[in-house]
Write a protein that binds this ligand. Structure first.
Ligand code: FMN
Length: 718
C-alpha cells in the first residue's frame, strides 16, 4: 500500500515535478547573486535620510523599494516614462540603471504558471502537493524497509538505481519537504483559499496641507531604520494634500509631508506574516544560503525521478504473475513463497495451476505477506528457498516475525517444501526453521518437510505426487526451471595447483567480451548484471545440465576478466568439466550479484579468512584495496609447495600495502596446522581488531570454530 502510495504519484506527476524542481533550482540562484551583488552596509541609515538622498540625486521619485535581498531600487520619472535605478543602501547614491534579469523573469513565470495563467498555477500547486506526498510516502517506505526510524541512516543494499535513489532522497528530503509545503501554501494563497495580505489602512481623512517639510526632517520616516523598510511611495508632486505611503516589516501607514506625523498605521496581519516567512523559505529571498540549499535539493528531483522510474520498471519486469489467484480470505489452499532469485516462484506457479485444475480456490503470495488468518483455507503450502548462511530469502525475511500474529484455525494443516543447494553447509535451513515455527502453532503437517536440491524437477514432481496422495488429488507437477540468459566466455588462461597433495585446484581467467561490460546508464535503466565485483557469483552451466553451479568471483568486471578458482570434486559434473577446459574453449555463464558478501564501506580493518578455493573472493578484495585499508588474511592449504594459491599476488599486495597481514596454515607439512589453529593463536589480536570495528569475512570450508559464526560471517563452500 505504502509502496503504491509512493510510486503512483511518482509515475503520474514525475515529469512535472521534475520540471518544477529544475526551474525552482534555477530561480534559487537569484538570491545568491543578489546577495553578492548588494553592497552590505553597516551604516544604520533611516528611511528619512535615504529618501532625502535619493530625491536629491533623482528627480520625480515615485517610490523606493527595499527588497529582501537588501537591494534598494528607486522608481522615478525618467522623462519617457518610469525609470528605475539601483541605489547604494549606505549613501542613497545612484549606482546605475536597474532592470530585472529577463532570464529570472522568464523562469519565475515558468515556475509559477508555465505561462498558462491560472490553469498553470493550478498545475504548479498540484506538483507541489505531489512532491509532498512523494517525500512523505518515500520517507515512510524507507523507514519501514530499514526496520524503524533508528535505522534510517544505515547503508542500503541493492542495484545502483536503488542505492542512488535512497542516498539522494536521504540528503534532499528535508529540503524537498520545505519546498513542497511552502509552495503548496503559496499556491493556496494565490487562489485566495488562504489570506496573504493585510487590510489596507484608510487613506487619512484630513492632512495638514501646509508646505512640505524637508524629507530628512519627517519624524515618522526618521523612526524607521532601512532594514525595516519594504516600500515608500512618494506623494504626488505639487499636491500638499497627498501623503507618503509607508510599508514596513510591521505594517502600513501614511506620513504627512508637512508635519511628518504617522497617520492611520495598520499593523501587518498574521496571515501576511506567515506568508512572508514562507515566501522567504520557498524563494530564498532574504535567506540566500537557505535558498541555495533548497535549490541543490531540488536538483536531486530529476535524478530521483529517473532512478524511481527505473526501480518501478525493474520491479514490474521481475514481478511474478499468478493466473487465477484467489483472494487470501476466500482461498481453500494458500501457497506462500520464499524466494530471492525468483526461481521458486516458477515452481509455485506450476503447483498453483495444478491445484486450480483440480478445482481448488488457490491463493499464492510471498511468505512476507503471511496474513493473520486464512478463514476459508484448509491447506497452507510453503515453498521456501534458503540464502546467505541458512537465512531467509528477501520475500520471506519478515515471515518469522509475522508468525507472532498468525492465528491459524484448527482445520488448517501445512506442508513445507525447502529449496536449496546441498553444497551449502545449512542445506534448506530456512525451510526447516519455517516448518518448526508452523508446527509450534499447533497445526497438523500434511506430510513431512521435503527438499528440492538445485531446483531438481524430479524432486518437485515426487513431492507433488506425495502431496496429491494426501489431498486426494493427482498432482502432476512438471516444471523445468529457467535461468538468466547466459553468455559465452572463452578461457584465456589457467594455473593449476594442488595435484601433488590430492587437491587439484585451478585458477581460471575468462575473457570478458568488451560489449558485455555494461555502462553505468545501462545499469540505471535496465539493471543489467554483466557488471560484477569480487565476491559476486558466476553461475556456470556444465554441458548437458540445465542446473548451474555457482562460483565466487575473484575479479571485478572492470578488470576485463572473470576469474574463478575451482577445486575438482570427485564425480562433480561441473568441476570436472572446468578442470578439463583448455584455453580458447568456452563456457556458458551468467553473473549473480551477492551484495551480502562485500567489504563494508569505509576504511575499518577487515579480517579475511579463507581456506582452499575460498580465497578467491578474498584475493579480489585485496587486489582492489587501493585505499590501503588494513586487510588481514588467513589462508589455509595443504602444502605451500603445491597449493599456495595466489602466492605471488599476495606477496605483491604485502609489498605495496594492499595487504596488511598474511597468516598461512598448511596441514600436510611438518609442524603444520589448520587456519582455525592460527586464528585461535591470534585470538587476542583478532578480538582487538573486532572491538575497533573490524569486519570478519569468511569464505570456504564449513568446519570453522563456532565462535566465528557469530561475527557476520558468510561461507561459500569450495
Ligand atoms: C548466495 C547464495 C546463497 C545460498 N545459500 C544457501 C544456503 O545457505 N542453504 C541452501 O540450502 N541453499 C542455499 N542457496 C541455494 C538456493 O537456496 C537455491 O538455489 C534456491 O533454489 C534458490 O531459489 P530462488 O531462486 O527462488 O531464490 C544459496 C544460493 C545462493 C546464490
Amino acid at each position: 500500500m505504502l509502496r503504491r502510495l509512493h510510486s503512483a504519484p511518482g509515475l503520474v506527476a514525475g515529469l512535472i515535478v521534475a520540471f518544477m524542481a529544475i526551474t525552482g533550482s534555477v530561480l534559487s540562484v537569484q538570491p545568491v547573486m543578489d546577495h553578492f551583488a548588494v553592497r552590505s552596509t553597516t551604516v544604520a541609515m533611516n528611511v528619512a535620510a535615504l529618501a532625502n538622498a535619493v530625491s536629491t540625486h533623482l528627480t520625480g521619485v515615485e517610490r523606493i523599494v527595499h527588497a529582501a535581498s537588501g537591494a534598494v531600487t528607486a522608481y522615478y520619472d525618467g522623462g519617457k516614462g518610469v525609470a528605475a535605478a539601483l541605489i547604494d543602501p549606505a549613501t542613497g547614491a545612484v549606482l546605475g540603471d536597474y532592470s530585472p534579469s529577463p532570464i529570472f523573469v522568464f523562469f519565475t513565470e515558468l515556475h509559477r504558471s508555465l505561462f498558462l495563467g491560472m490553469n498553470g498555477r493550478f498545475a504548479s500547486g498540484m506538483s507541489a502537493l505531489a512532491l509532498a506526498v512523494l517525500a512523505v510516502g518515500g520517507m515512510l517506505l524507507l523507514v519501514k524497509r530499514l526496520g524503524g526510524w533508528r535505522k534510517i541512516f544505515v547503508t542500503v543494499k541493492g542495484t545502483i538505481s536503488q542505492r542512488l535513489h535512497v542516498e539522494l532522497a536521504r540528503i534532499a528530503i528535508v529540503g524537498l519537504l520545505v519546498s513542497s509545503l511552502t509552495g503548496g501554501y503559496m499556491s493556496l494563497t494565490s487562489f485566495g483559499v488562504i489570506a496573504s495580505t493585510s487590510p489596507v489602512g484608510q487613506f487619512p481623512a484630513s492632512v495638514d496641507g501646509g508646505t512640505p517639510a524637508l524629507i530628512s526632517s519627517l519624524s515618522a520616516l526618521q523612526a524607521v531604520p532601512l532594514a525595516d523598510l519594504r516600500e515608500l511611495v512618494f506623494p504626488y508632486a505639487g499636491d500638499p494634500t497627498d501623503v507618503f505611503t509607508l510599508t514596513t516589516a510591521s505594517g502600513q501607514g501614511y506620513v504627512d509631508q508637512a508635519t511628518g506625523a504617522l497617520l492611520n498605521f495598520t499593523p501587518k496581519s498574521v496571515g501576511q506574516s506567515i506568508y512572508e516567512t514562507l515566501y522567504m523559505l520557498h524563494t530564498g529571498q532574504g535567506l540566500w544560503w537557505f535558498g541555495a540549499l533548497l535549490g541543490l535539493a531540488a536538483l536531486c528531483v530529476p535524478v530521483l525521478a529517473v532512478t524511481g522510474t527505473s526501480i518501478w520498471w525493474l520491479r514490474r519486469r521481475n514481478q511474478i504473475k499468478v493466473a487465477n489467484n484467489a483472494g487470501a480470505r476466500h482461498a481453500d489452499t494458500v501457497i506462500l513463497v520464499g524466494s530471492e532469485g525468483n526461481s521458486t516462484w516458477g515452481f509455485a506457479q506450476v503447483l498453483h495451476r495444478a491445484l486450480v485444475n483440480q478445482g481448488h480456490q488457490v491463493h499464492t503470495g510471498a511468505m512476507n505477506d503471511l496474513a493473520t488468518a486464512y478463514p476459508a483455507a484448509r491447506h497452507l503450502l510453503v515453498l521456501a528457498a534458503t540464502y546467505g548462511d541458512g537465512s531467509a530469502p528477501t520475500s520471506a525475511n519478515r515471515f518469522l516475525s509475522r508468525m507472532a500474529r498468525f492465528k491459524p484455525h484448527p482445520n488448517l494443516s501445512f506442508a513445507v517444501l525447502g529449496f536449496g543447494d546441498r553444497s551449502f553447509s545449512h542445506y534448506c535451513r530456512f525451510a526447516q526453521v519455517s516448518a518448526a515455527a508452523l508446527a509450534e502453532k499447533g497445526m497438523d503437517q500434511i506430510l513431512p518437510m521435503a527438499t528440492v536440491d538445485r531446483q531438481s524437477p524430479q524432486a518437485f514432481a515426487q513431492w507433488g505426487q506425495d502431496l496429491g496422495g494426501k489431498l486426494g488429488n493427482a498432482l502432476a507437477l512438471e516444471h523445468v526451471p529457467t535461468f538468466p540468459p547466459t553468455i559465452s566466455l572463452s578461457l584465456a588462461s589457467r594455473t593449476d595447483f594442488g595435484m601433488e597433495v590430492q587437491a587439484p585446484t585451478v585458477v581460471m581467467r575468462f575473457t570478458l567480451p568488451k560489449r558485455e561490460i555494461s555502462h553505468w546508464w545501462e545499469h540505471l535503466a535496465f539493471g543489467k548484471t554483466m557488471s560484477f565485483q569480487p565476491g559476486d557469483l558466476v553461475g556456470i552451466l556444465p554441458p548437458g545440465s540445465p542446473v548451474p553451479r555457482f562460483y565466487s568471483l575473484a575479479s571485478a568486471s572492470g578488470d576485463g576478466e572473470l576469474e574463478i578458482c575451482v577445486r575438482k570434486q570427485t564425480g562433480g559434473l561441473c568441476s570436472e568439466f572446468l578442470h578439463n577446459l583448455q584455453p580458447g574453449e568456452r563456457i556458458q555463464a551468467f553473473v549473480k550479484a551477492n551484495p551480502d558478501f562485500r567489504p563494508r564501506k569505509g576504511i575499518s580493518p577487515i579480517v579475511l579468512i579463507g581456506a582452499g578455493t575460498g580465497i578467491a573472493p578474498l584475493v579480489g578484495f585485496v587486489r582492489h584495496n587501493d585505499r590501503h585499508r588494513p586487510l588481514h588474511l588467513y589462508f589455509g592449504g595443504r602444502d605451500p609447495a603445491s597449493d599456495f594459491l595466489y602466492a605471488p599476488i599476495l606477496g605483491e599486495a604485502i609489498a605495496d600495502n594492499r595487504l596488511a597481514g598474511l597468516v598461512t596454515a598448511f596441514s600436510r607439512i611438518v609442524g603444520g596446522g589448520y587456519v582455525q589453529d592460527r586464528i585461535r593463536e591470534d585470538g587476542a589480536a583478532i578480538r582487538d581488531l573486532v572491538s575497533s570495528g573490524a569486519q570478519i569475512m569468511v569464505c570456504g570450508g564449513d568446519k570453522w570454530p563456532r565462535a566465528l559464526s557469530k561475527a557476520s560471517i558468510w561461507r561459500w563452500p569450495p
